[in-house]
Design a protein around this ligand. Sequence first.
Ligand code: NAD
Length: 292
Amino acid sequence: MIKIINGREIAKDIRSEIEIEILNLKNRNIIPGLAVILVGDDPASNTYVRMKQKMCAELGIRTKDARPNSNISQEELHALIEEYNSDNEIHGILVQLPLPDQIDENLALSKVLPEKDVDGFHPANVGKVTLGEGGYVPATPAGIIEILLRSGNDPAGKNIVIIGRSRIVGRPLLNLLTQKRKGGNATVTMCHTSTKDLSFHTSKSDIIIVAAGTTNILDASMIKEGVVIIDVGTNRVEDSSKKSGYKLIGDVNFDSVAEKASAITPVPGGVGPLTIIMLMKNCVIAAGGSFK
Ligand code: NAD
């Protein structure tokens, strides 16, 4: 029978480790601080930011936020980032994506001080992570590595397919999973929209990580018996039985793959809780905390 990997439980374990480190910081008179810049009023971004701030409040991480209008100029956004760069109470800065069309996203993200870039999007951190020389690892890929290790699915020696090459999920994961260290040592194939035959790759894979943002991208006909599936996708579909009018589903056809896969992360309750907790961990590291 397929095992459902409980992301909430794994996140809870990591949370306990973070709580200890926050206490250690408190004994040194340091309160970790996270600044959030949320441009405009995108409902999904609003929800993500609310969840992150709620977790900060629960852990005793100080938060400050700026909620500029969606017509903010590039220079105004840079000035906001600069304010938090020079704020001694702030150790981590999060610029919630996506940003409006008039903003050059890469340019804006490069204005965050690398040591406060807890999202790991600054070119300096991307470079360090790629070279295996430290740097902040983006929260979702970091969380996926934790899920694999803590659910007894060490990637070492495995054939892994990643579907999706975004800079927040697929690309950093490719780097992490191929490095010669704990959580790495896998042989990785990256698939994307120009991949000709997805099944050719997925059918040979021991672990499949799906981050495409497209529902039903993977079903039983495309996988081998016993594969482990990490479903990163979060897609809103209408559901009149819910108060919100929608529910979240993943990228994978869950009922179909359940016949053959050995384990899978559910949506919700799989990767999502890890993304939030790993951001908190980066914030605590930015404040001077350390983890083994
Ligand atoms: P993105 O749109 O930036 O990238 C999607 C990638 O998937 C692209 O690289 C594209 O090449 C690939 N892709 C799309 N359709 C494909 C297809 N039919 N065949 C092969 N490749 C295909 O998305 P993203 O930001 O990486 O997010 C992906 C999904 O993961 C989204 O549903 C997003 O909401 C979700 N997500 C969830 C979490 C979480 O914490 N649970 C975090 C980040 C992203």
